[in-house]
Write a protein that binds this ligand. Sequence first.
Ligand SMILES: Nc1ncnc2c1ncn2[C@@H]1O[C@H](COP(=O)(O)OP(=O)(O)OP(=O)(O)O)[C@@H](O)[C@H]1O
Ligand code: NI
Length: 312
Amino acid sequence: MNKEPLRHGPHHDSEFHHHHSHAATSAHPGEHHLLAIEDLSVGFEMYEPDASYFSAGKIIAPVVHDLNLSVHKGEVLALVGASGSGKTVLADAIMGFWQPNEIVSGTIWFDGERLDAGRIQALRGNGLSMVPQSVSNLDPLMPIGRQVIGAPRGATRRERRASLEERRPRMRSLFAQYGLGADVECMYPHELSGGMLRRVLLLCALMDDPRLIIADEPTPGLDLDLALRAIGDLRRFADAGGGVLLITHDIELALRCADRVAIFHAGTVVEETSTASFASPDRLDHSFSKALWHALPEHDFFNSPDISSKRR
Ligand SMILES: Nc1ncnc2c1ncn2[C@@H]1O[C@H](COP(=O)(O)OP(=O)(O)OP(=O)(O)O)[C@@H](O)[C@H]1O
Ligand code: NI
């Protein structure tokens, strides 16, 4: 497998590769999926903590290694992993939100097209959208309607205004579709409940009519009812033909809505399987997956890892 870097550390930027040669023509597993990730590794270049001034060396702290996963059209794939295990790093890496000291290698395919750094930027908000983990991504000082409508494209003021007018009906129809009153348009984030804010974050993503949504931990702070509703919104999007990569620490919730589950453990996907396999531990391959099965509330808690016990 070609281990061509998607992105080097800051000192290698000049070596940045842009190979997209045979992606569109050759037969490849990536072609059959909306999103396919092969051998993705993400690390952070850091100074050795205990190195002296004279022997200062750089080390790479790996967070994700050799990760493979795929998402089909019309499917919710849940990536389930423990808190702090690198799920947001993974989501950001796919979206091309790379930190200055981040090193990314591997291959990402989007609907059969092999992506490079430039294509990732171009797809963002234009086929590929993310629902961020935190509602603090909303601007506390901007009315909800303006945030959902987003920053209109266009070089001149007139063009931006025209695009805004074009987007307004779509925003209004999304509000109606997702049960947000028209009055919410003029409200500010602090006036909305946690569940409503979650929905607003999703609408921000839907506004761009994406083909794939990466939802990073979309249910923190929601009680089960609201969490199920938030997940139901994503399910509806998939049922309408979109793809969803649902990132969560909550296996129970994942099993309620996902078609397939990718178990993320120690920086990689240890098992990608259908949700139905979680009917019995015998149908699961990896010991960590089996441990997750045991952690489900309807099973014994013996040997359960600390993962589904808390919903943030
Ligand atoms: N710029 C960076 N430099 C070094 N390490 C980093 C950097 N950014 C993130 N990390 C490391 O990546 C690890 C994974 O963090 P991440 O937020 O992705 O986990 P998570 O699974 O999303 O957690 P949570 O459940 O809290 O959302 C962290 O331990 C953090 O130390
Ligand atoms: Ni996270």
